[in-house]
Design a protein around this ligand. Structure first.
Ligand code: ATP
Ligand code: MG
Length: 494
């Protein structure tokens, strides 16, 4: 049933840029292997080669002892190898059921067996614990649902080797728990699993063995149990990592930069009020679906707002678009990088300056000034890219996140709202982002951090607003921030 794989000196070039420099290691059948490495280390590229989404430029791939070359994902699937993508790969215009059966539709005679596919789709959706109508269009799903549909889609393909590339980045703890149960079941069926994640506690829980890559090379492997998380992190970055957070600075008392009163976003948030002071990092905790993202989408004009008022630096404001908000000094990093954060086909430069074109226009757009901004951002945020002219979509997941961060800071906002700022980001870069957030606050800006990572909220925030079912349950200050308290308020078990 299970399947073994051997990478022999695998090389991958994108144009003139080499991203895999001869990677060799093997995956024993039925093992759970954690693949670790910094952003841009080449993890996704390697597993895309394994699953037929990319072609290797040199070396070879052996499956069950036979050299194979998969020209498409369909060929790899036929061999039992299925990839769950890091960046979602659903067709937005198709329904959930159509996505699940894409490329291997069930038929009855000449006709598509719509009812059969819907039934089977319902069955796999149930296995991942997703209670949605299989006829829902993919575009209407929220991010966590998209992720679960991706997993359901992979399950329905009966993999013998399943690669999960950051499967839990958008899931809540309970959804993650369910995924782990699923993984345990697959394991008992002998499925080989490659698990890519920056969440080292998950790697610790799920895998038997870790393989570490750095800069497109294999660097180490060993039993998971022989490594602490700290050791894993050090192997990934190739040096000792010190504290993740710098000491908290208490902002001086001041009038709020942003005040929100009695705001409702129909279907998502009800009667929400809060203040954000200059120099303050204000967290928003809650389960997926608690309405945190949707609340801020409402404040930024991405969703209809039905009531309430908002003041920015003492002035009444009401935004219709994020661009208008950026003009007034408030920017937003969306949790859905691909959906509304970055334009993957556009260049890094176009992405970076999109919200801030005025500054580079005098009166016409000045490409040199845009270029300088890009060079500065690449250096400041440590964005790893083969070329400055690359499309944003060619960056690794974590590097896209850094670019998205740079983009929202371009207009020099007074208030910045960061939704899951470290999603898919490696430990080293995470630390950089935490320091950056703390620096933004120290400069007197107001920072909102919406996050599912409790450690992040506890380490960073001056206060945390906890939401459940669209309603603010509690606002905890730094002295009362514990994982237990956050979970209790978020789940209503307080
Ligand atoms: N289609 C592409 N064109 C050009 N360069 C690419 C392309 N895809 C990936 N790269 C480059 O290959 C390198 C490895 O990227 P990859 O996505 O494999 O990293 P990763 O280890 O998965 O990182 P992350 O943890 O951020 O997901 C990166 O420098 C990336 O910019
Ligand atoms: Mg990746």
């Amino acid at each position: 049933m299970s399947l073994s794989v051997c990478f022999n000196d695998v090389v991958k070039d994108f144009g003139s840029v080499r991203v895999l420099h001869g990677v060799s290691f093997d995956l024993a059948p039925g093992r759970m292997v954690g693949l670790l490495g910094e952003n841009g280390a080449g993890k996704s590229t390697l597993v895309k080669i394994l699953s037929g989404y990319e072609q290797l430029s040199g070396g070879s791939l052996e499956v069950d002892g036979v050299v194979r070359h998969f020209a498409s994902s369909r060929e790899a699937e036929a061999a039992g190898i299925v990839l769950i993508h890091q960046e979602f790969n659903l067709a937005d215009d198709l329904t959930v059921a159509q996505n699940i059966f894409l490329g291997r539709e069930l038929r009855r005679g000449w006709l598509l067996d719509e009812a059969g596919m819907r039934r089977a789709a319902r069955d796999v959706l149930q296995q991942v614990g997703l209670d949605i109508d299989p006829d829902t269009r993919a575009r209407d799903l929220i991010v966590a649902e998209k992720q679960l549909v991706e997993i359901a889609k992979a399950l329905s393909r009966h993999a013998r080797l399943l690669v999960m590339d950051e499967p839990t980045a958008t899931l809540t703890p309970s959804e993650t728990q369910r995924l782990f149960e699923l993984i345990a079941r697959l394991r008992s069926q002998g499925v080989t699993i490659v698990y890519i994640s920056h969440k080292l506690e998950e790697v610790e829980r799920v895998t038997d063995e870790i393989v570490v890559m750095r800069d497109g090379r294999f660097v180490a492997r060993g039993p998971t149990a022989d490594h602490t998380r700290q050791q894993m992190a050090n192997l990934m970055v190739g040096r000792e990592l010190s504290d993740m957070f710098s000491p908290r600075i208490t902002p001086p008392p001041a009038e709020p930069l942003l005040s929100v009163r009695h705001v409702s976003v129909p279907g998502w948030a009800k009667d929400v009020s809060f203040d954000l002071r200059p120099g303050e990092i204000l967290g928003f905790a809650g389960l997926v679906g608690a309405g945190r993202t949707e609340l801020f989408e409402g404040l930024l004009g991405l969703r209809p707002r039905s009531a309430g008022e908002m003041w920015l630096a003492g002035r009444t404001v009401s935004f219709h678009t994020p661009r208008e908000a950026a003009h007034e000094g408030m920017t937003y990093l969306s949790e859905d990088r691909k959906g509304c954060g970055l334009h993957t086909r556009m260049s890094l430069q176009e992405n970076l300056t999109l919200m801030d074109l005025d500054r580079h226009a005098r009166p016409r757009l000045d490409p040199r000034s845009e270029r300088r901004a890009l060079e500065k951002a690449v250096a400041e945020f440590g964005i790893r890219t083969g070329s400055l002219d690359a499309p944003a979509g060619s960056l690794s997941g974590g590097n896209q996140q850094k670019l998205a961060m740079a983009k929202v800071l371009q207009p020099n906002p007074r208030v910045v709202v960061l939704d899951e700022p470290t999603r898919g980001v490696d430990v080293g870069a995470k630390r950089d982002i935490y320091f950056l957030i703390q620096r933004l606050a120290a400069e007197g800006r107001g920072v909102v951090v919406i996050s599912s990572e409790l450690i992040e909220l506890i380490g960073l925030c001056h206060r945390v607003v906890v939401m459940r079912a669209g309603v603010v349950q509690a606002t905890l200050d730094a002295d009362h921030l514990t994982e237990e308290a956050l979970i209790a308020h978020a789940t209503g078990t307080h």
